[in-house]
Write a protein that binds this ligand. Structure first.
Ligand code: SF4
Length: 341
């Protein structure tokens, strides 16, 4: 049996084309679109302004199904992590981080990851495939359906490298930013990259969303040890691309993620070097304390070291925060996601 077309990830123009392919018209697509994205309909039957005949065709050929929730874990700090299963039986993890005034969700873009950063649990899992735009969007619908409040912030920091799945990422961003769909403001969405600044990176600037770059070191020698991708896109190339992004996307600053690893990249000299290379770039540095996972070889830096590191950056005029780790007890924190043993 041929599987149904999942419509959750199709921007309006693509939805119209899909409708034409299955014998419906563009106007039908225009009517269905807000049902999916504004009213979060979970069945075509509730789309009361559509003739019964059209609802029947949609029910036969298309779906707006969410993925199956296999496990939902809750951390002591309120963070939730869900293991979701897609139609082909592949799994991913996605995370909700509730805070007093906001609900941030962390979205995965690939099943596994080919980048293989040494500090990341996902990096130990083989790359299987890209998520479709519907599978990316289905994570947003999943949390939307289960939350009492609303989603306020979205970070593409889950499993996988979003910029290596650019076409599907851009469909999702288009839907999230569209004021006739999810209507998120650009500065409520952050895309995190290990520094994939190939061809699609130039196009990506058009969305104007916040960009976070995983830097983690101030020299190529150290960065290459932690992130093999540095051999392809080294620090100088990344920083040049970051400046270009600021200009083309009209954003105010870039976030640089810096994971503090004990005795690897957490010395005062590392901090001074980092301040030197970021000196002329409008940016913010997020210092992250390492979150352990089964089999990890790194140790976390002490809070004392983190404070000292932060102080050096701040004293050189670089906005810096030490990011609070959330969901560590259920392996939901930064770098801890994995969907296969
Ligand atoms: S940090 Fe991101 S890019 Fe690196 S291995 Fe993990 S998921 Fe992939």
């Amino acid at each position: 049996m041929q599987s149904k077309i999942n419509l959750l990830g199709l921007p309006l123009e693509q939805l119209k084309l899909k409708f034409l392919e299955i014998g419906l018209c563009a106007l039908d697509a225009k009517r269905v679109f807000p049902w999916i994205h504004v009213k979060s309909a979970r069945s075509f039957d509730v789309m009361s302004d559509l003739p019964q005949k059209i609802r029947k065709i949609l029910g036969e050929k298309c779906s707006i199904d969410r993925p199956e929730r296999v496990v939902l874990q809750k951390s002591l700090d309120g963070t939730q992590k869900a293991l979701l299963k897609f139609e082909d039986c592949n799994h991913i993890e996605t995370v909700l981080i509730p805070e007093e005034n906001r609900n941030t969700i962390c979205i995965s873009s690939q099943i596994g990851c080919a980048i293989g950063c040494k500090f990341c649990y996902t990096g130990t899992q083989n790359f299987i495939r890209n998520l479709s735009s519907s599978e990316i969007m289905s994570q947003i619908f999943f949390w939307k359906d289960s939350l009492e409040g609303s989603i306020t912030n979205i970070v593409f920091m889950g499993m996988g490298e979003p910029l290596l799945n650019y076409e599907n990422l851009s469909n999702a961003l288009e839907l999230l930013l569209n004021n006739k769909a999810h209507n998120f403001s650009k500065n409520k969405i952050t895309v995190s990259t290990s520094g994939i600044i190939g061809e699609s990176f130039n196009d990506f600037a058009k969305f104007g969303v916040k960009l976070a770059i995983s830097l983690h070191a101030s020299s190529d020698e150290k960065r290459s040890l932690m992130m093999p991708i540095n051999k392809k896109y080294d620090i100088e190339t990344i920083l040049k691309a970051a400046k270009k992004y600021l200009k083309n996307s009209n954003t105010d600053y870039i976030t640089f993620e810096y994971l503090l690893l004990k005795n690897i990249n957490d010395s005062s000299i590392d901090a001074q070097n980092l301040a030197k290379i970021l000196h002329k770039i409008p940016c913010k540095v997020n210092l992250i304390l390492f979150n352990k996972w089964p089999g990890s070889i790194f140790q976390e830096s002490s809070m004392e070291k983190a404070n000292k590191f932060s102080h050096i950056l701040l004293s050189r005029g670089i906005r810096t925060i030490i990011r609070k780790s959330r969901g560590n007890d259920i392996l939901a924190a930064c770098g801890q996601l994995k969907s296969y043993a």
